[in-house]
Write a protein that binds this ligand. Structure first.
Ligand SMILES: *[C@@H]1O[C@H](CO)[C@@H](O)[C@H](O)[C@H]1NC(C)=O
Ligand SMILES: *[C@@H]1O[C@H](CO)[C@@H](O)[C@H](O)[C@H]1NC(C)=O
Ligand SMILES: *[C@@H]1O[C@H](CO)[C@@H](O)[C@H](O)[C@H]1NC(C)=O
Ligand SMILES: *[C@@H]1O[C@H](CO)[C@@H](O)[C@H](O)[C@H]1NC(C)=O
Ligand SMILES: *[C@@H]1O[C@H](CO)[C@@H](O)[C@H](O)[C@H]1NC(C)=O
Ligand SMILES: *[C@@H]1O[C@H](CO)[C@@H](O)[C@H](O)[C@H]1NC(C)=O
Ligand SMILES: [Cu+2]
Length: 540
């Protein structure tokens, strides 16, 4: 498929007047091995069982999540990828947009669904998604430009026999004697330890929605003998691109159209391969593969194939269905580094700032008059960046260490403009979206070890938006920051509901002032870590 430049990017019309899609979720501990040959652990789900229900709605609907927290710790639910226009307080990012839901209490999220596509909903407090608090979320588009005869959803997650608390303790053990892979993860597809059978009828076209609900591994999806046509990435329509394999980093989603064969005479396998990306293959852990059946007929033989394809996902070779390349007003540079505190504990940072939750959720500081305009008000460890309404921000992400990072911006999709290697002195290896193209948009981009990525977005959504690595380990190690977008316009548009304020009061958190609730610029007692001692960067 060739890109056709110069063709006007399509404008997509949204639909109003939808229904209310209501979920009543009691967040509970559930002890389970998820049907795997593993010891059971105390996981987290809703209404007492795994898997969590898949949520489906139509563009224009309102999603209502009635949450009761039966845990003995606070919880939140983040609807990943939603723009949350004028409702930043329902974004579910604990200590950024709310104080989290106190144990034993209720809270309701009410979200206008102005987007369509493939998303997921997950916990955003204490890495509870690692322990199972995660489920796919599909928003249908009544005017979908891509027609199909049927749909399948494959949501893939890693399930660890240890809790996040246990694995994090191993990860940050200063003796270096703990192996975080001592109890390795297995793969679940749609909540089950086996790949589901997908029925195909000759001549029909199927849409397969791929969701990564992973905490750490990446995965690839391929079907023997069938091409995959990518039509959606992270909720944004793309111009079609035909590939053999799709790779997803944690939190990413891709929809493909698959045209069935003309006859029923054979069946095929599809393959879901989980691997560690920046980690070397670990026997018994990575890679691991599940094979499912594409069934044309119960009695047809399988067609065996040779090697299973594997390929990077390069956004610069793809295009969005709409949206011309943004022209940046300002550039921000973020160097993702890892290192050690003087205590010997390892941490991660953007530009040497290791994120720690503020004591006042950033939303309240943003709404507090002039304090909100000054980045230091949010605290030295919040890594807050104040953006002006309407400016186009270019972000250059740089992964200088032996780690790769799936970086997710809340409240937005961004255009992926350029990728390259940080050691490339000739720009021979630079991959840039062609001039005049509609750059691909997504909400989570993988920045591999030793590479950089350039993305752009328009600051047209007043709110406070977390930007962080979606590897749960890295997120907990401090690879997070906060964009305070248009605080002046926020004060005009954002009216924080009383229910959000009540949750803060209940837990003793301030709902105004700076990082510690002061009405001045003194931030004594705010989380304040020493700068990291650098780990050895990549050798040149
Ligand atoms: C579970 O794992 C154990 C230890 O690796 C093995 O001995 C046993 O056969 C496995 N059981 C099943 C049902 O696969
Ligand atoms: C809180 O949620 C629970 C479970 O959904 C429900 O039974 C209860 O009535 C709710 N309580 C209040 C005060 O709304
Ligand atoms: C958000 O608020 C602004 C200003 O009040 C309004 O113009 C806009 O229509 C609102 N957008 C949505 C999606 O509610
Ligand atoms: C899956 O299929 C591949 C390729 O056909 C094969 O090498 C592998 O052993 C299969 N794995 C399982 C678990 O069946
Ligand atoms: C640059 O980095 C890449 C991958 O990180 C590596 O394969 C390559 O050898 C490096 N090139 C030089 C000139 O160091
Ligand atoms: C990013 O940080 C690393 C330290 O890990 C450093 O070696 C490198 O020079 C930094 N890159 C830039 C462009 O500042
Ligand atoms: Cu990361």
């Amino acid at each position: 498929m060739y890109f056709v430049y110069g063709i006007a990017c399509l404008a997509l019309l949204s639909v109003a007047h939808g229904k209310r899609v209501v979920e009543n979720w009691d967040v509970t501990y559930v002890t389970s091995n998820r049907g795997l040959n593993q010891t059971a652990k105390r996981g987290i789900s809703v209404n007492g069982k795994f898997p969590m229900p898949v949520v489906e709605a139509t563009m224009g609907d309102t999603l209502v999540l009635n949450i009761h927290n039966s845990l003995d710790q606070p919880t939140t639910l983040h609807t990943h990828g939603m723009f949350q226009r004028n409702t930043t307080y329902y974004d579910g990012a604990a200590m950024t947009t709310e104080c989290a839901i106190a144990p034993g209490t209720n809270f309701t999220y009410e979200i206008n669904l102005e987007q369509s596509g493939t998303y997921w909903i997950h916990g955003h407090k204490n890495s509870q998604n690692f322990d199972g608090l995660r489920t796919p979320f599909v928003i249908k588009d009544p005017n979908d430009p891509y027609k199909s005869d049927g749909e399948y959803l494959l949501a893939v997650e890693d399930w660890w026999p240890v809790t996040f608390a246990t694995t994090f303790a191993a990860l940050t053990d200063v003796t270096g004697q703990s192996n975080p892979f001592a109890d390795p993860p297995n793969m679940l597809i749609n909540g089950a330890p086996t790949a589901p059978k997908l029925d195909f009828e000759p001549g029909k076209t199927y849409r397969i929605r791929l969701v990564s609900m992973m905490s750490l591994p990446l995965y690839e999806f391929a079907i023997d003998g069938h091409d995959l046509q990518i039509i959606e990435v992270d909720g944004e329509y793309t111009k079609p691109k035909t590939v053999k394999v799709v790779r997803l980093a944690p939190a990413q989603r891709v929809s493909v159209l698959v045209t069935a064969k003309a006859s029923k005479k054979n069946n095929y396998h599809y393959h879901v391969t989980m691997f560690g990306d920046f980690l070397p293959p670990i026997p018994g852990v990575f890679p691991s593969m599940q094979n499912g059946t594409i069934s044309y007929s119960a009695n047809s033989p399988f067609v065996a194939t040779g090697t299973i394809p594997s390929e990077i996902f390069d956004e610069t070779t793809m295009q969005a269905l709409s949206g011309a390349e943004l022209v940046p007003d300002r550039g921000l540079y973020f160097n993702a580094t890892s290192g050690f505190l003087p205590s010997g504990v390892n941490y991660e940072s953007f530009n040497l700032v290791t994120y720690r939750d503020p004591i006042t959720p950033s939303i309240f500081t943003a709404l507090d008059g002039n304090l909100g305009l000054n980045p230091i008000s949010y605290g030295p460890q919040t890594n807050a960046h104040v953006l002006k309404y309407g400016e186009v921000i270019e972000m250059l992400f740089w992964s200088a260490t032996q780690l790769s990072h799936p970086l997710h911006l809340h409240g937005h999709t961004f255009q992926v403009i350029e990728r390259g290697l940080i050691n490339d002195t000739t720009s021979a290896l630079k991959r840039r979206v062609p001039k005049g193209a509609c750059p691909l948009k997504r909400d989570t981009v993988l920045v591999p070890t030793g590479e950089y990525v350039v993305v752009r977005f328009k600051a047209d959504n007043p709110g406070v938006w977390l930007m962080h690595c979606h590897f749960d380990w890295h997120m907990a190690l401090g690879l997070d920051m906060v964009f305070v977008e248009a605080p002046t316009e926020m004060r005009q548009r954002i009216k924080v509901p009383q229910s959000v304020i009540d949750q803060c009061r209940r837990q003793g958190f301030p709902t105004s002032g700076n990082v510690v609730g002061n009405n001045a610029y003194n931030y004594d007692n705010a989380p304040n870590l020493p700068h990291l001692l650098l780990d050895s960067p990549l050798s040149a």
